[in-house]
Ligand binder design. Structure first.
Ligand code: NAD
Length: 378
């Protein structure tokens, strides 16, 4: 079983799927590793570091042709997919429900594909949860980005020249990214308020020293069995939007992280809410990849609307590549330990994790949700 670690070809991507310590941990399972020359240089993981743990260094074309398994961050390009060996295995963040047609060239090569974002969030799979790892990095960085661009300081300062009041940060969506944003903003001394449709998030928000804003949604179910937010009616969404618009007037920073799996990100911050914000205020829309939580968001761009700046970065983890790679690599190691048990492909469809993440096998799409997403896009 030959595993290849390639340079990610997505523009702006800086993360690496497996670092040398992962190679070391997995080599004992009888797996051979081959690494594209220079893959980790920018992270301080040199070719020599990979060689020291038993990997060989090779060129991209040979690796694409010869490797059996490709752990990746993003999906390989269509061109690269067309070059892989028949029946090869790929595991990465495939965005399988968002862009299902992107992996069809690999399906045509009879590849077996695993979408890391579809690993079920059960206790046994916590160490493989790349969504949580990357959301942690993004939540932290969103606050740093806002603090760096705000024309004010975050902490309360009492000086001989007078008192500087603390910044007010408003976080929308208190999942993994939102909670990390709250914790980071609190550490910098800001006063933080947060809003989420899941009432269960309230306790976590308060435990971080922030205020949880609650609204009466008329007792509707806001959470599914898996603990995720459900898509809300327009009326329920509007109640949230009104509360957000009111709170936005006094906020210096809004960080939005709200997502509903498999749907467009909910629109929460209306144009009027932005227009009533204070001059110099910042919005960081972490839901930009899903279309954004702010009406004025332009995914991938930073714009000014009046005196408010709206950041809508698409790949925040890539801006902290060392730690983002470290976390991702550890998640991937745990997944590969399960998938390549004893050095053989363990395609045990009775295993909830393997079944949940497997998108295609032997030239066929095997995941129902992905198949219907493909049908819908056809
Ligand atoms: P996510 O990225 O899907 O969404 C982010 C947040 O947006 C969620 O908290 C959601 O409730 C909120 N949201 C959605 N619609 C909204 C709206 N209209 N208004 C306001 N907020 C809205 O979520 P996530 O961070 O991936 O986590 C979701 C849930 O999964 C949480 O309960 C989390 O604790 C749980 N989780 C479990 C595990 C595990 O058990 N292994 C791991 C990670 C997360």
């Amino acid at each position: 079983m030959r595993v290849a670690i390639l340079r990610d070809s997505l523009p702006g991507e800086t993360r690496v799927a497996l670092l040398p310590d992962a190679v070391k941990a997995l080599s004992s399972q009888g797996i051979e590793f081959a690494v594209e020359a220079g893959v980790g240089h920018h992270l301080g993981a040199t070719d020599a570091d990979y060689q020291a743990v038993g990997a060989t260094i090779s060129d991209r074309e040979s690796l694409l042709r010869e490797a059996d398994v490709f752990p990746t961050i993003n999906i390989l390009s269509a061109e690269d997919q067309a070059k892989i060996k028949r029946g090869a295995v790929m595991a990465g963040v495939l965005r399988a429900l968002d862009e299902p047609s992107a992996f069809l060239p690999a399906v045509e090569r009879g590849a077996t594909l695993f979408a890391m974002e579809l690993v079920p969030r059960i206790t046994r799979a916590q160490a493989m949860d790349v969504l949580s790892s990357m959301a942690t990095v993004a939540g932290y960085k969103a606050v740093i980005l806002a603090a760096d661009n705000l024309p004010r300081m975050f902490p309360l300062l009492m000086t001989a020249a007078g008192t500087v009041p603390p910044a007010k940060v408003f976080v929308l969506g208190a999942g993994v990214a939102g909670l990390q944003a709250i914790a980071t903003a609190r550490r910098l001394g800001a006063v933080v308020e947060a809003y989420d449709v899941r009432a269960a998030a309230g306790e976590q928000v308060r435990s971080l020293g922030a205020k949880f804003l609650e609204i009466d949604l008329g007792g509707i179910e806001t959470e599914d069995k898996g603990g995720y937010a459900k898509e809300l009616s327009e009326e329920a969404l509007n109640r949230g939007r009104d509360l957000i618009a009111k709170t936005a007037k006094t906020a210096d920073v809004i960080i939005t992280t709200a997502q509903v799996p498999g749907r467009r990100a909910p629109l929460l911050v209306r144009r009027d809410a932005v227009e009533n914000m204070k001059a110099g205020s910042i919005i960081v829309d972490l839901a930009a990849m899903g279309g954004g939580n702010c009406e004025l968001t332009q995914p991938g761009k930073t714009i000014r609307h009046g005196e408010v700046t709206i950041f809508a970065p698409l790949n925040v983890p890539a801006t902290i590549p060392v730690h983002a790679s470290q976390l991702y690599s550890r998640n991937m190691t745990q997944f590969l330990k399960l998938l390549l048990a004893k050095g053989q492909l363990n395609l045990d469809m009775n295993d909830e994790i393997i079944k949940g993440a497997c998108v295609a096998h032997n030239g066929e799409v095997v995941n129902e949700r992905v198949a219907s997403a493909l049908g819908a896009k056809a």
